[in-house]
Write a protein that binds this ligand. Structure first.
Ligand code: PEP
Ligand code: MG
Length: 893
């Protein structure tokens, strides 16, 4: 901790974001680079933490430092805080170390009161501007500091516009605005039973405290929880001399990105509003104009801005999101930060920058957030199908989604909880809608531009979003929305195409995504860079095709039980289960054999010489039978219909269901226990695998089959099943007079198997850890119950840092995997070891698996690209860490 809590912009730089917040650090950096940044200073995050420690009070020590910085600001600007003729006005803005757009509060024009507003009017010769600034200040201050609902001010403004006969705020005259200020002050007096604070110093301290408090407002807390941002860091407060975009038609304000945040195209992209102030652009109150209009209206300013934007991108080596203000033709930069862009854009930008030799390929790979690829692997609209377009708005966030209409965020949340997919329709969203946006599959607003709150937040959440859909009329009280002639009600279905801005009636068909050139390039780089193999976990040949097309280098887990669940096969499987003896069972299995064989023939053909690891039957047999409840109902129905044959057949089935009933099926008669007690099941499966492999070998097709034994707990189980498998293989090889190498591995999902991996490895050619079951058996959590009942509480209350079914628990479950791997390789140093289950594509877990020396990851097909990028990042990071360590050793020698 330092005693210094307030930093002038000249005292900071971009590396100080933990202390000064991102915004403060970047303002300081821009200031020192000599860019046109209004003078100012930052009250640091440490001060925020002290504020909370002191019971939400700014202590006199910090207040004195703010006073001193204000004196410097007065000297720099040549204005004086509270001066009747030459007043200094400031903005007070939040700024945390990790940017949380729109989540905390900002107050502009602070320093205005009944006297300084007159001074400002006189000095600028523009009373309209002065009173416009004052009414904005009263509203913002009242909302944020005095906690008066902004709706009251909005409604007063609407009445004033109606009275004046104008539709835009900017058409109100000085007189109207003067009256509006009086009306606003009356609202304040009614609400707080006191006058609006007139002393600028008092205003400043209250505003600073309120911004500190906004760190813990509901939406900021929720945003941090969703984005896993540290809760206790606090925000800095930036106090900066005001520059005015609302000084007339040679003034304005805007937001720009140095590259297109939707597509990643290398073009300046943004929006602005003439004669407007700061928040107007992002708040979506007026629909702004595209930046190319600025080029037409003020070509010199536009070119100056373009140059500055390019310089900032080069300086930060990343796409920048820049806020600017033009005050009577003079350009000022108010903020720059690394832009939040769509996942598609982030890949294009990273690949382009590497190809422009602006960054390295490794840096490009590290800039891709593997998690963000989820949305790109989402569906899009099927362009071959005709659809009824209700309206077209601005395409703010790509991808397509269909759902039922809701008009408020609470309802969206309620319906989502009851299993509905909802689309949130609003005039515009505000930060208070964040929970509704989280609950929705898509967002549609009638107002606002490409940088409005809805657009920025939806892009960040990777959800399809359309904004500024001006032909849409929402009537909340009637729970209706009108698109021209068409009236829809809450609960009706629409589809959003966030890539084109089209709003479509009904549920339009969606198709699997296609990938850009840059995506393919990035995946190619990642594949070359990673060390672990990435395989697909698939259940059907169709999924094998999908996994291969997404980059899988083989099949790491083929669950054969899914092949048994085909409706044609279920009766035969049931026949097998109901068999009274081994011979009856064999007869049923003989019918299944050609079916299993055809699956494997298809699977091996698709994978064309790549590894295919086939897991022998794992689940308990009752999973292939109807439930006892269903059977009882059917028996009763058959009795009523006097269908006695059916009654007899179903009663037999019911007896078997009851006999197979287990109190805890997860720990039940499953996995290799099943194969040991019913050896003919595995015999059929192994025969199907070996016959399929040999037949393809004869056709000259390359094949690489592997067999894995599920749920091994003891080396003796592995030994026994291995002997059985080898026996069957020997038999098939004799019949076919040919042989093929089929490695036999152990599927490790039980703590005992991890602890005794060296013994199991004596009989295993390779090992795969199954994180799903291993997490259940290590914690003693039943996954469905845990996720449905208490896990959320555990995570919210920091009892567990993450959901262990999603992110590997490195110390517990991960500890067992690490031990099992080392132990298994003790006598077989070359033992091939991999992992499957949900964490196998999650980036933190993948880093861990890389670190403990695993050979492969296996995940569901659509996560294969995520696993590939995560594995590449793990390899890059491991190398970087090694290099740092080497340097440290060198410097200590
Ligand atoms: C596992 O338990 O991690 C696993 C992959 O097996 P399954 O999900 O099929 O039970
Ligand atoms: Mg399992």
């Amino acid at each position: 901790m330092t005693d210094k809590h307030v930093y002038l912009f000249s005292e900071g730089n971009s590396s100080m974001s933990s202390l000064l917040g991102r915004k403060g650090a970047n303002l300081a950096e821009m200031y020192t680079l000599g860019l046109p940044v209004p003078f100012g200073f930052t009250v640091c995050t440490e001060a925020c933490r002290t504020f909370y420690k002191d019971g939400k009070k700014i202590n006199s020590f910090i207040e004195k430092q703010i006073d001193d910085a204000l004196i410097t600001l007065e000297e720099q600007t040549g204005k004086e805080f509270g001066h009747a003729k030459n007043p200094l006005l400031v903005s007070v803005r939040s700024g945390s170390p990790i940017s949380m757009p729109g989540m905390m509060d900002t107050i502009l024009n602070l320093g205005l009161n009944d006297i300084t507003v007159e001074g400002l009017a006189q000095k600028t010769g523009n009373p309209r501007f002065a009173f416009d600034s004052y009414r904005r200040f009263i509203q913002m201050f009242s909302d944020i500091v005095l906690q008066i609902d902004h709706y009251q001010f909005e409604s007063e403004l609407e009445q004033m516009k109606a009275k004046a006969g104008v539709s835009k705020d900017s058409d109100l005259s000085a007189m109207h605005l003067y009256e509006l200020v009086r009306a606003y002050k009356k609202i304040v007096k009614k609400e707080i039973k006191d006058e609006f604070p007139q002393d600028p110093k008092v205003q400043l301290m209250l505003a600073t405290g309120a911004v500190f408090e906004s760190w813990n407002n509901q939406r900021a807390v929720l945003y941090r929880r969703i984005n896993r941002i540290e809760m206790d860091h606090g925000t800095a407060v930036n106090i900066q001399a005001m520059v005015f975009g609302n000084m007339g038609d040679d003034s304005g304000t805007g937001v720009a990105f140095t590259r297109n945040p939707n597509t990643g195209d290398n073009e300046l992209f943004g929006e602005f509003l003439m004669n407007a102030q700061g928040e107007d652009v992002v708040a979506g109150i007026r629909t702004p104009q595209p930046l190319c209009e600025l080029k037409r209206l003020m070509p010199d300013t536009y070119h100056q801005f373009k140059l500055l934007a390019r310089n900032l991108e080069t300086h930060y080596r990343a796409v920048q999101d820049i806020e600017f203000t033009i005050e009577q033709g003079n350009l000022f930069l108010l903020q720059t930060r690394t832009a939040k862009v769509t996942p598609e854009a982030s890949i294009k930008i990273a690949v382009d920058m590497a190809q422009e030799e602006f960054i390295t390929q490794d840096e490009a790979l590290m800039r891709v957030d593997p998690h963000s690829l989820h949305s790109m692997l989402h569906e899009t609209l099927d362009s071959t199908v005709e659809v009824e377009v209700l309206a077209v708005g601005l395409p703010a966030s790509p991808g397509a989604a269909a759902g039922i209409i809701v008009f408020d965020s609470e309802e969206a949340e309620r319906l989502q909880r009851t299993g509905h997919e909802v689309i949130l329709l609003r005039r515009e969203t505000s930060p208070d809608d964040i929970h509704g946006m989280v609950a929705s599959v898509g967002i549609l607003t009638s107002q606002g531009g490409m940088t409005s709150h809805a657009a920025v937040v939806a892009r960040d959440m990777s959800k399809p979003c359309i904004v500024g859909c001006e032909t849409m009329q929402i009537n909340e009280s009637r729970q209706e929305v009108t698109f021209g002639e068409t009236i829809l009600k809450a609960g009706d279905t629409i589809t959003l195409d966030g890539s084109t801005g089209r709003v479509i009636l009904g549920r339009a068909p969606l198709v699997a995504p296609t990938f850009s050139q840059e995506f393919t390039t990035m995946l190619y780089w990642a594949k070359r860079r990673k060390q672990m193999e990435v395989l697909g976990s698939v259940n059907t040949p169709k999924e094998a095709i999908q996994a291969k097309s997404l980059g899988a280098e083989g099949i790491g887990l083929c669950r054969t039980e899914f092949m048994f669940m085909d409706p044609v096969r279920v009766p035969i499987v049931q026949e097998m289960i109901l068999s009274q003896n081994k011979w009856e069972r064999k007869k049923a299995l003989d019918k299944l054999l050609p079916m299993q064989k055809s699956d494997f023939l298809e699977m091996f053909r698709i994978m064309d010489g790549k590894d295919v690891i086939i897991r022998l039957l794992d689940p308990p047999l009752h999973e292939f039978l109807p439930s006892a409840e269903t059977l009882s109902i059917e028996i009763e129905r058959a009795k009523v219909n006097k269908n006695f044959d059916e009654v007899q057949e179903k009663e037999k089935l019911l007896r078997r269901v009851k006999a197979l009933h287990e109190l805890n099926p997860s720990f039940g008669h499953r996995g290799c226990r099943l194969g040991i007690t019913y050896p003919e099941i595995y015999e059929m499966q192994v025969t199907a695998i070996a016959e399929a492999a040999l037949e393809l070998k004869h056709e000259g097709i390359r094949i690489h089959p592997n067999i894995i034994v599920p749920l091994v707990s003891h080396a003796n189980e592995m030994k026994l099943v291995r002997e059985q498998v080898e026996e069957t293989l020997k038999h098939v090889f004799e019949v076919y007079k040919d042989e093929i190498q089929i490695p036999i591995g152990a599927f490790i999902e039980l703590p005992r198997a991890c602890i005794t991996a060296n013994q199991i490895a004596r009989y295993a050619d390779f090992m795969t850890f199954g994180c799903n079951d291993l997490t259940q058996t290590t914690y003693g959590f039943s996954r469905d119950d845990a996720e449905g009942k208490y896990l959320a509480y555990y995570i919210d209350h920091k009892i567990l840092p993450d959901n262990p079914f999603t992110v590997i628990d490195q110390e517990g479950v991960g500890g067992l995997i690490r031990f099992g791997t080392e132990n298994g390789r003790k006598n077989k140093p070359q033992l091939r070891v991999g992992v499957t289950g949900v964490p196998s594509s999650e980036k933190k877990s993948v880093r861990f698996f890389h670190g403990i020396g695993l050979d492969y990851l296996s995940c569901v097909p659509h996560l294969v690209p995520i696993a590939i990028v995560s594995a590449a990042q793990a390899a890059i990071l491991a190398e970087e860490t090694k290099a740092v360590k080497k340097d440290q050793v060198k410097s200590t020698v």
